[in-house]
Design a protein around this ligand. Structure first.
Ligand code: SF4
Length: 218
């Protein structure tokens, strides 16, 4: 953030103190600190992860944005970069990792697969985008997106953070945030919040089948 943006709303600073003293709001300095110290989770799913690894290497150098510390633990990470094809088998693990991240936390859907299923959309084992399960802050198009595209997405996330208000953010409200229920992988992915409905429909179907069987027997 440049000095002009930092000192808004404007306060008159005496000329002799300019470039030595800055007056700003708590929200701006806090957002600036958060946006420039994002630690991504060391986590990849498929081919897009190779581009993410390349972005962290010396040629593109995430350290320029304060993001060089890729953490192998969700409890020390701020950004979950969903980089690759999201299979149904992996969804429970991704939701669990998201729940384990400390707030404030952000999610980037990197590539066509994470954003909407990509070339495997409608496949029997692939979900049509991770945003069906966890909230996504930035989507990055491409198959795969280049390291430059990932950097552009991370800069977009920084700009989004700099515009946020501490008053509205869910993690600064009263009371703890509710974790997202982890889907259960059975014959298909099941949302635990819909178990009662699934049980009711299954029971109704079983009773109907039994009645039809008895009628056919008579
Ligand atoms: S978007 Fe393309 S490169 Fe990325 S995981 Fe899917 S198939 Fe692989």
């Amino acid at each position: 953030m440049n000095e002009k943006d930092m000192t808004s709303p404007r306060y008159e600073i005496p000329p002799e103190l300019r470039h030595q003293v800055t007056i700003t709001t708590l929200e701006r300095i806090y957002n600036w600190g958060r946006a420039n110290s994002l630690w991504p989770m060391m986590f990849g799913l498929a081919c897009c992860a190779i581009e993410m690894i390349a972005t962290a290497a010396s040629r593109y150098d995430l350290a320029r944005f304060g993001m060089e510390v890729m953490r192998p633990s969700p409890r020390q990470s701020d950004v979950l970069i969903v980089s690759g094809t999201v299979t149904k088998k992996m969804v429970p693990q991704i939701v669990r990792l998201y729940n384990q991240m400390a707030e404030p936390r952000y999610v980037i859907a990197m590539g066509a697969c994470a954003s909407g299923g990509g070339p495997f959309k409608e496949g029997y084992n692939v979900v049509s985008g991770i945003d069906k399960f966890i909230p996504v802050d930035v989507y990055i198009p491409g198959c795969p997106p280049t390291p430059q595209a990932l950097l552009n997405g991370l800069i977009a996330l920084q700009k989004k953070i700099e515009r946020q208000s501490l008053r509205d953010l869910p993690w600064y409200q009263k009371g703890p945030a509710e974790p997202i229920p982890v889907p259960v992988l059975g014959p298909d992915l099941m949302d635990p919040r819909k178990f009662a409905l699934i049980r009711e429909v299954t029971h109704r179907q079983a009773v109907q089948d039994q009645q039809e069987g008895e009628v056919a027997h008579e």
